[in-house]
Design a protein around this ligand. Structure first.
Ligand SMILES: [Fe+2]
Ligand SMILES: [Fe+2]
Length: 339
């Protein structure tokens, strides 16, 4: 890429400007216009956000040259399309670390990370697991959580919807545990089941999502979903451990299968006891809190309200500039919560 335009990040893109940036290609779809001309629809991201782009010229030739999950160098015009920024891409090239690091590329620029310290969060998980009394459940958490440490500390919690960052799954688990321990006490619930249920509810995401840099659904994720994959992982671990008491085993599996709560939300079961209901609501709360904070943090223009083009389908109120302490491209919008 020519260097006459400085490199920038998605969060600092302004409508009607020409920009140049290194971005991660999340999705590409070759489509036809009404006139039958091929064009490319792409979704691009960096540490600061995500943006849709269109490639109108030579789309058929460009499509095989760029790879989903890989970095690309982009030159584009930022357009305002129905209140949302979008890129009209004039140049897009595949990028690799060796050739492009001298030109300003680094993986750090494009891969989004949790705003929390992964080591601290992991220590919180370990401390919480030590509170578990049932030795068989401890063995299960050792197998599926402790032994998977290197994967869990890096894994995102989803594709796009919430905590879709490196370390996002760990953050999601820690925030749920932090609230769940208090709620378990307040409502007089089975602490072991709450801890085990929270830690295992999304364990299937380790297999359902590829993780970064590409973070795409695996075939298993698309065919089965993370609930069924997680159920299988627990089932296999239970038979490896042997003699796991029947009722807690069934309850843990029920929590995994019911944590999305509604049949139409890919949940095969609805919560049938209080600990399962708690995991459902903690999951929903933490998911939606992250979605709202991310939606607000993504729109940095001067208005007081975001557009209604977000998961909540209403304009969201933005913090005043002096309240917004994390106003840099590197910071994620929700670094204020401490586990
Ligand atoms: Fe889930
Ligand atoms: Fe979850």
């Amino acid at each position: 890429m020519k260097n006459n335009i400085p490199l920038s990040t998605i969060r600092s893109f302004k409508a009607n400007e020409e920009v140049r940036a290194y971005l991660l290609l999340k999705e590409k779809h070759l489509r036809l216009t009404r006139e039958g001309k091929p064009y490319l629809d792409v979704i691009l991201s960096d540490r600061s956000g995500m943006i849709i782009g269109k490639i109108w010229e030579h789309a058929g030739d460009i499509e095989p040259m760029i790879e989903t999950g890989s970095p690309v160098g982009v030159r584009a015009f930022v357009e305002d399309f129905r209140g949302r920024k979008q890129l009209n891409i004039t140049r897009i090239v595949p990028v690799n670390e060796e050739d492009f690091s001298a030109k300003g590329f680094s993986w750090e620029l494009i891969l989004p990370h949790t705003g929390q310290n992964p080591e601290k969060m992991w220590r919180f998980v370990e401390r919480t697991i030590k509170k578990v009394e049932n030795p068989k459940l401890l063995a299960l958490l050792q197998l599926l959580i402790i032994n998977n440490r290197s994967r869990i500390v890096k894994h995102p919690a989803s594709l796009r919807r919430h905590h879709a960052v490196i370390g996002g799954l760990l953050e999601h688990l820690v925030y749920m545990l932090n609230l769940g321990l208090r709620a378990a006490k307040q409502y007089g619930l089975d602490k072991d089941l709450v801890i085990g249920g929270i830690l295992l509810h999304d364990i299937g995401k380790l297999e359902a999502l590829s993780g970064y840099p590409s973070n795409v659904p695996t075939d298993g994720g698309n065919f089965l979903g993370h609930e069924v994959i997680g159920y299988n992982m627990v089932e296999n671990a239970l038979s490896e451990i042997g003699n796991f008491p029947e009722e807690p085993a069934l309850k843990l599996k029920h929590i995994i299968l019911s944590h999305h709560g509604r049949y139409e939300h890919t949940s095969p079961r609805k919560p049938a006891f209080p600990e399962a209901l708690l995991v459902l609501y903690l999951n929903e709360l933490d998911t939606r809190m992250d979605m709202m904070k991310t939606a607000i943090g993504r729109e940095l223009d001067d208005g007081d309200w975001t557009s209604a083009k977000n998961d909540f389908r209403i304009p969201l109120y933005k913090p005043k500039k002096d309240e917004d302490h994390d106003n840099t491209a590197e910071d994620r919008p929700h670094t204020d919560k401490k586990p």
